[in-house]
Design a binder for this molecule. Structure first.
Ligand code: ATP
Ligand code: MG
Length: 416
């Protein structure tokens, strides 16, 4: 059952080691664990047990640390979230939110608004709570169904920040220094002045995922490296504190954390800026012309598409590295129209930019219109939204607290 829903995603178990982060894959955790003097070789790999997929990224250790703790009949769990750092755009939608919708029919799903992540760069305090509500309303408008999924605000479940502190003590700083997003964002923000939180935010992200014993995390490609770090951290904590060590402390033994898999869609995982086909579309990019926001009006969408960067070559084609804008805009059209790549390639091969831009703008307007109508209904019913978030955080806290208590016990804290 799980496989058919997942079959269109790329997972780490399916793909070779990350081309972005070779040092984080395969031998990486062993290297760091070796530094702790705790790794001895055995034939039993630590890996993705219980996911139903063979893992090519595995490490070896002296004792069987990762054991499936939940019964195999239990639904597998999916978690994901978006930062309330600005307007949700087409990249967030195609790379993440749109892909959540089919998953909620098969999996136990929790979708949260990661407001604690939104303070890692300077932000407007006046806007944070508004952006948080807007993000929740957009989740609902895009089709997250609260009879199947939970929606909650990250800061409403205190275990996220608490587990992050515990995980920080097991995270080598070298792992964080390698994070591409930290390097890029800190460079843009002026290196020396960036907050420590920008460096440590992948540990919070690991906490967000590991608290829920998540099996799968649907994200865009930019989060792949952070997911790899989460997996390595889960294995490291399982090794350092799980198994027999936990049992000696009176715990249940076994794994402390499940090792999660990212789900990265083959198309839409990296929607590029409208003004630069080599940069990712981002909420934090200074120019609003670089992105289509889900709530942009018809006129704004038409204007942004009209002004977006193109090239001077004739005909339109996918996968030409010399034409990143062309590939990006065709991919967006493909995903929004629901057509196959071959259909789009054929339909657009002889088009000029003027004709294609009108086609793309109209498709975007038609696709986003129902989402915008639903958003307006939801955001104007604040009691409903409050109820959804309260119910979501209650359910999330129950799961998160169980994991957190287990971690405290495994790490040797005096129990309350
Ligand atoms: P910021 O610039 O503040 O980091 P963002 O646009 O990168 O914002 P996030 O809230 O960091 O958005 O990411 C939310 C989700 O959207 C993540 O799963 C991320 O991988 C995905 N995502 C973000 N940008 C894109 C994009 N351009 N294409 C595909 N997916 C994306
Ligand atoms: Mg981001």
């Amino acid at each position: 059952m799980s496989r058919s829903v997942l079959s269109h995603f790329l997972t780490l178990s399916h793909s070779p080691c990350s081309r972005f982060t070779p040092s984080l894959c395969c031998g990486f955790p062993v290297k760091y664990m070796e530094g702790t003097g705790l790794v001895r070789r055995s034939r039993r790999p630590i890996g993705l047990r219980g996911t139903g997929f063979p893992s090519i990224c595995s490490v070896s250790a002296s004792e069987p640390v990762v054991q499936e703790s939940s019964p195999s009949s239990a639904k597998k769990r999916v978690v994901s979230g978006v930062q309330p750092t600005g307007s949700i755009h087409l990249g967030n939608y195609l790379g993440a939110i749109k892909n959540w919708i089919p998953l909620q029919n098969t999996y136990d799903t929790l979708f949260f608004i990661v407001d604690l992540h939104a303070i890692t760069l300077p932000y407007e305090t006046q806007q944070l709570s508004r952006a948080t509500r807007d993000t929740a309303a957009i989740y609902l408008a895009c089709g997250v169904d609260t009879s199947k999924a939970s929606i909650f605000v990250q800061s409403h479940v205190r275990a996220h920040a608490e587990l992050m502190w515990l995980l920080s003590s097991a995270t080598p700083i070298g792992w964080l220094n390698k994070m591409i997003q930290f390097k890029e964002k800190s460079r843009k923000a002026g290196d020396e002045n960036v907050a420590v939180a920008l460096l440590t935010y992948p540990v919070l992200m690991a906490s967000d995922i590991l608290l829920y014993q998540s099996d799968f995390v649907p994200v865009g490609e930019d989060q792949k490296q952070h997911l790899e770090l989460t997996r390595e951290l889960a294995e490291r904590v399982n090794y350092l504190y799980g198994g027999r060590k936990l049992k000696k402390l009176g715990g249940r033994g076994g794994a402390i954390f499940k090792v999660p898999e990212p789900l990265i869609p083959p198309a839409g995982a990296r929607v590029m800026s409208l003004t630069d086909g080599l940069s990712k579309m981002s909420k934090s990019a200074p120019s609003d012309l670089s992105r289509i926001n889900l709530l942009d009006s018809k006129d704004v969408i038409a204007n942004k598409i009209k002004r977006c960067k193109t090239d001077s070559l004739s005909g339109l084609e996918f996968d030409n590295p010399e034409r990143p804008e062309c590939n990006n805009l065709l991919s967006v059209y493909q995903l929004i129209s629901g057509k196959t790549k071959e259909e789009v390639a054929q339909e657009c091969q002889n088009m000029n930019w003027g004709t294609f831009k009108v086609l793309l703008a109209d498709s975007l307007i038609d696709h986003l219109h129902p989402i915008q109508i639903r958003y307006e209904e939801i955001i104007s019913d604040s009691a409903y939204l409050d109820r959804v978030l309260a119910e979501g955080s209650k359910r999330a806290a129950d799961i998160a607290d169980a994991t957190l208590n287990n971690v405290y016990q495994a790490m040797g804290f005096l129990r309350r």
